[in-house]
Write a protein that binds this ligand. Structure first.
Ligand SMILES: Nc1ncnc2c1ncn2[C@@H]1O[C@H](COP(=O)(O)OP(=O)(O)OP(=O)(O)O)[C@@H](O)[C@H]1O
Length: 270
């Protein structure tokens, strides 16, 4: 008998704004439990911060959401679509875009070119059509560039579109990185310490852009961030981790006054 192998169904992105649900996720590295049965839900169109002292498991959580780490157990869903175990590019294609803590911009590319990289998965024309400069490819390239321009305006970088991204001040380079992620037209944006290493002015500017992404574009944001000022001002909900466990969750005001959170942070200072 000939057996016909059926390909596993390709997951499809939810069409309506969907919640990102993290359910009972555990990650173990050779004897160390970096995340221990962590659950939380990122509501559509909200900023959800994941905080905690050093080594609490924030980066591990971020890496599970973006597909860099595979959960030992538990599941992550975007709406009805399961993300657990998918590769980073598949998760990105389903509408979950990330930025990097360290800059990941190509060294000589302009701001426009760097942001265009984010359009890659939305590009229909193949390399051949683009290389031969066929009218359909030219039309498509124009549309993508228009969108890049709109997003650059949104994040306040329209004047720098033709500048080499690598020559911009650090704060603006981080905005280009955010712009590149927005160019993917995500439903969820994962931000890994977006204001780390910035001046007070740069921090304010990035915080305003992130608030705009939520308020004007309706994109959900998962924010892993050490800067409590930014977290408290921006977040709609906060999940607090300590030693890989979720020790508290709620509004910024609720977690700020939670004795378990105060203990975890005071303990971390000892
Ligand atoms: N790839 C890995 N291999 C082994 N252990 C790891 C790995 N990644 C993280 N860990 C360990 O898992 C625990 C959680 O680390 P993680 O980096 O997620 O914490 P964090 O909250 O992001 O810390 P920080 O605020 O210092 O960045 C730590 O004990 C860390 O040493």
């Amino acid at each position: 008998m000939v057996r016909v192998k059926t390909a596993p169904a390709t997951p499809t992105a939810p069409t309506a704004p969907a919640a990102l649900a993290v359910r009972d996720v555990t990650v173990r590295f050779a004897g160390l439990t970096a995340l221990d049965g962590v659950s939380f839900t990122v509501e559509p169109g909200s900023v959800h911060a994941v905080i905690g002292p050093n080594g609490a498991g924030k980066s591990t959580c971020f890496n599970v959401l973006s597909g860099v780490y595979r959960a030992t157990s538990g599941a992550v869903h975007l709406g009805d679509t399961e993300l657990t175990g998918l590769a980073p590019h598949q998760i990105a294609a389903l509408g979950v875009a990330r930025t990097f803590q360290n800059l990941a911009l190509p060294p000589h590319a302009t701001v426009a070119e760097s942001m265009l990289l984010g359009r890659h998965r939305l590009t229909r024309s193949g390399f051949l059509a683009t290389g031969l400069w066929l009218p359909s490819a030219a039309r498509e390239a124009r549309l993508h560039l228009e969108r890049v321009r709109e997003i650059a305006e949104f994040i306040g970088l329209e004047k720098e579109l033709d500048h080499p991204a690598g020559a911009l001040p650090y704060g603006k380079q981080k905005l280009v990185e955010l712009g590149r992620a927005l160019c993917m037209e995500p439903q969820v944006l994962l931000l890994d310490e977006p204001v780390a290493g910035m001046t007070a002015d740069e921090r304010r500017r990035v915080a305003a852009v992130v608030a705009g992404v939520r308020d004007s574009l309706g994109i959900s944001i998962v924010l892993v961030e050490h800067d409590m000022g930014v977290v408290m001002r921006l977040a709609d909900a906060v999940t607090v981790l300590d030693f890989g466990r979720r020790i508290a969750g709620g509004s910024p005001a609720e977690v700020q006054n939670d004795p378990a959170v105060v203990r975890a942070y005071l303990g971390a200072q000892e």
